[in-house]
Design a binder for this molecule. Sequence first.
Ligand code: NIG
Ligand code: FE
Length: 416
Amino acid sequence: MRLLISNIKQLWQTEPDSTDLQKGEAVWRTRVYGKDMSVLPHIDNAWLISEDGIIHSYGEMSTLPESHADETIDATGKMVLPAWCDSHTHLVFATPRDGEFVDRIKGLSYEDIAKRGGGILNSARMLNAMGEEELYDQSLARLHNVMARGTGAIEIKSGYGLCLEGELKMLRVIRRLKENAGIPVKASFLAAHAFPDEYKQNKEGYLKLITDQMLPRVAGEGLADYMDVFCEDGFFGVTETERLLEAGWKYGLKPKIHANQLHYSGGVQVGVHQNALSVDHLECIGDAEILVLKGSDTIPTILPGAAFFLGMHYQPARKLIDAGLPLCLATDYNPGSCPSGNVPLLLSIACTQLKMTPEEAINAVTINGAAAIELEHVMGTIKTGKKASLIITKQIPSLAYIPYDYGNNNIERLIL
Ligand code: NIG
Ligand code: FE
């Protein structure tokens, strides 16, 4: 099936075309770092052809070849860009936590709520009480909702089971989403999200449950791509995190961890030491953490939607970019700290609150987002041979209009 998109006002995040690449005259990018994040290559008045879901060719309208297409989309006045890659979500969950939201408005903190048995443990109780079918149906509806806002690849974590059966149930739901959603889905195993009540006095028992019973089953059924730990004071400490990540590596699970959300917890250091693909959150990050990241391949991923919703201070995006790092943005979609998987809204927060330019923010959630879930060879930029996972916007005046027009959906269509 040959699809032609013609008269594109601007085609964004383009790589050099295939002929230049074949001649070896150009290189294509797998991540963008630091000041290069302010550049978003594009072609004005462009066309793009995809062949069976793969980008075949593209260029300026004056170079459009005369050939047959099975379907033509006229994109006059519209932008085309690669679909968002949302590299950190907890989209599979049972029930919203709007009661806790009100408690926080009235003065309780996220940590207060966790200490009294709410938060993640609240979600775990509700998830374990829900059947797999209902959990799947709800999660699929959420996934369709974020796809309508341009998300074309996503990572989803377990971590609301906190027992063998509950974690397996979540991961099986994620596997069904992988099979049926029509977009790439990556799964992270996050049993180390919180200590369940019955293990509060027996932390060693829970660590052993994860390493000796859950991991072999999860890996045996091929249910996870990554290993995640909530490395944080009051949750899993540095030594526990190190041990869990080492155990994950034995089963081939690369770490992608929660680090430095609430405190300077040492999470960045342990993540880098364990060769994590990414360290995520980073509300609490200083020079020492930045120095460690600079000497590594670990991708710093910030989740400003969570800082927004919890009313916390934002991640120092400018400092991370100025340090030359390949900054990634993700939503953190979850029922506690960020009940939204809306990437355009995330872009608005990144631009207005973190002072990222629209180009930087879009790089962070396309090419760098793809790298943070190891999809950089198939997604994240417009390149011959990559998946034609494309956003077509409504008629908008500029790319900056997407974050500018906050709260509104300017995505007309996601092509898969
Ligand atoms: O990334 N902080 C840890 N995990 C999630 C929130 C989980 C929850 O509150 O349900 C996060 O913010
Ligand atoms: Fe998270």
